[in-house]
Write a protein that binds this ligand. Structure first.
Ligand code: XMP
Length: 522
């Protein structure tokens, strides 16, 4: 738990797929909130956390099942506003003396319309107008509330949820059957704005405030100790490094592990920006020989990732050891990485890909962690980066995975393929920038395919590599859709790549969404 001076809102997670979106909506309102799984929220936790308001999330369980998740009763004795959403509504009604029934033909999934039942409710300020007394919401429930708890009244209704909005305004308890956090509830943000106003939040969670607080916290944590930071050239580790440097100056040393799997010109860019522009002490560990050597002949994606992860740790450790007296390791961990969500199956979720990070490193090296971004979402990190004066061109960069080009080169990695890939990738990105599309796209890159195909150039036959262009839109990398380039754009790009990049004679465009695909090829 953080020790922020701001008023806090507590989101108790019951395992909904969209709990994180509740936090997003609240952060947009400049309200500080944290998500905690229901098992972790004990009476002692509540006393310590002192929330100004509580939200009970949705979840896949049924309150009618034995042992289904509950918040502690104390949540309702804190004297603070409570908002229950979907499962949160049902559990609230059940615990406060109402009744929930199994859905027998009343289940609602997807778009629904609610209408007010008469009396106005502050939570719904701005929802219904004289011309349009219905509002679209997103429902996803099987069970429904059949009898309200004492003190509650219904304020809006839908065909499948007679108590779509129920409330006891005197206690500031609100319970809604739909999901106001999702995009398909268009007035959802207004509901959250009303809720936090009712709770008395000041809306003072801004990036400028965050920056000053974070700097003070880093100084207090580090004292006159030394910090090392693994720099990948990505936005997160860069923002973390600049923030820490602002707090403690040259007590910070950055280690940039160059695994030889970077894009064209990338290593030089990172080194010149940090060393020359920011004057941050930087070790440029050029270890491409080591990485490429160990990857020789390896084609299994997981094996590649494991090798890179292991070497990364070894190399980092070797160079970090050279930084005398380092007691702290800085990481650009973000909030989505630390939310201990309740998984849908009740167990750990399946590993699709083992993501590359420096896990295990701190214990092995006896280092304490500094994670100044662990309360932030990705777009908040970007806002903080701007606040710290990092150039927009840098902050807006597409994400780049830790294992680098290795996972864009399916099958065996060779230096020759990497070089071809770098050149093709540079042309693709150049095309995207020239057409003004870079900022509309979440991530774009080229993958070089492990097949050669026959072509004809001039009067001669070619037998060269095929490549795939990948460009996706996404908000968080969890789901993604392919970017709808025009045919002209695709044609022009293919022509340029084939003309400018020796070694490629065929260009394809990957139009798989995620799921079922993933963004990277491996
Ligand atoms: P996938 O391929 O899983 O990628 O759909 C989702 C997002 O994560 C990035 N990615 C990684 N980032 N280490 C990282 O730091 C990794 O091992 C890794 N694998 C994938 C990917 O680029 C995309 O933005």
């Amino acid at each position: 738990m953080t020790n922020t001076a701001h008023d806090r809102l507590l989101i108790i997670d019951f395992g909904s797929q969209v709990t994180q979106l509740i936090a997003r909506r609240l952060r947009e309102l400049n309200v500080y909130c944290e998500i905690h799984p229901f098992q972790a929220v004990t009476d002692a936790f509540l006393q310590d956390f002192r929330p100004r308001a509580v939200i009970l999330s949705g979840g896949p369980a049924s309150v009618l099942d034995d042992g289904s998740p509950r918040p502690p009763q104390a949540v309702f004795d804190l004297g603070v506003p409570v908002l229950g959403i979907c499962y949160g509504q049902q559990v609230m009604m059940q615990m406060l003396g109402g009744r929930v029934e199994r859905g027998d033909g009343t289940a609602e999934f997807g778009r629904a319309y609610i209408r007010p039942t008469g009396e106005a409710l502050e939570l719904l300020d701005g929802w219904f107008t004289a011309d349009d007394d219905r509002e679209q919401v997103w429902m996803s429930h099987g069970d429904h509330v059949a009898a309200l708890a004492p003190g509650f009244a219904a304020y809006a209704t839908s065909p499948g949820a007679p108590f779509a909005v129920a409330a006891d305004p005197s206690r500031r308890f609100y319970a809604v059957q739909f999901h106001p956090e999702v995009h398909h509830t268009p007035a959802g943000s207004k509901l959250y704005a009303n809720f936090v106003r009712i709770a008395g939040f000041k809306g003072d969670w801004t990036m400028a405030a965050y920056r000053d607080e974070a700097i003070a916290k880093i100084r207090a944590q580090i004292g006159d100790g030394r910090v090392i930071c693994g720099l990948s050239g990505g936005v997160d580790s860069s923002v973390a490094a600049v923030l820490i440097h602002e707090a403690i100056g040259d007590q910070l040393t950055c280690v940039f592990v160059d695994h030889g799997l970077l894009r064209q010109g990338e290593a030089d860019e990172v080194v010149s920006m940090f060393r020359d522009h920011y004057n941050i002490p930087l070790i440029h560990a050029d270890e491409s020989e080591l990485f490429l050597g160990e990857l020789e002949g390896v084609s299994d994606p997981e094996t590649k990732r494991k090798i890179i992860g292991r070497l990364f740790i070894d190399v980092f450790q070797k160079h970090a050891d050279a930084t005398e007296g380092a007691q702290f390791l800085a990481q650009g961990t973000l909030y989505p990485d630390v939310i201990e969500s309740v998984s849908f199956s009740g167990g750990p979720s399946v590993t699709i890909k083992s993501h590359h990070n420096v896990g295990g490193l701190p214990e092995k090296m006896g280092l304490k962690l500094v994670e100044p971004l662990r309360e932030l979402f990705k777009d908040e990190v970007r806002a903080l980066g701007r606040e710290l004066g990092l150039p927009d061109s840098f902050i807006g960069r597409h994400p780049f995975p830790g294992p680098g080009l290795a996972i864009r080169c399916p099958g065996e990695i060779t230096r020759e393929k990497l070089e071809i890939l770098r050149r093709a990738d540079a042309v693709f990105i150049d095309q995207i920038r020239k057409h003004g599309l870079y900022d509309e796209i979440w991530q774009a890159f080229v993958a070089i395919l492990p097949v050669r195909t026959v072509g004809v150039m001039g009067d001669g036959r070619t037998y060269d590599h095929a490549c795939a262009l990948r460009a996706v839109t996404s908000v968080d990398g969890m789901t993604a859709d392919y970017y709808p380039f025009t045919h002209e754009f695709l044609g022009e790009t293919a022509t340029r790549i084939i003309n400018e990049v020796k070694g490629i004679n065929r260009v394809t465009y990957d139009i798989t969404s995620k799921p079922p695909g993933t963004i990277e090829w491996e």
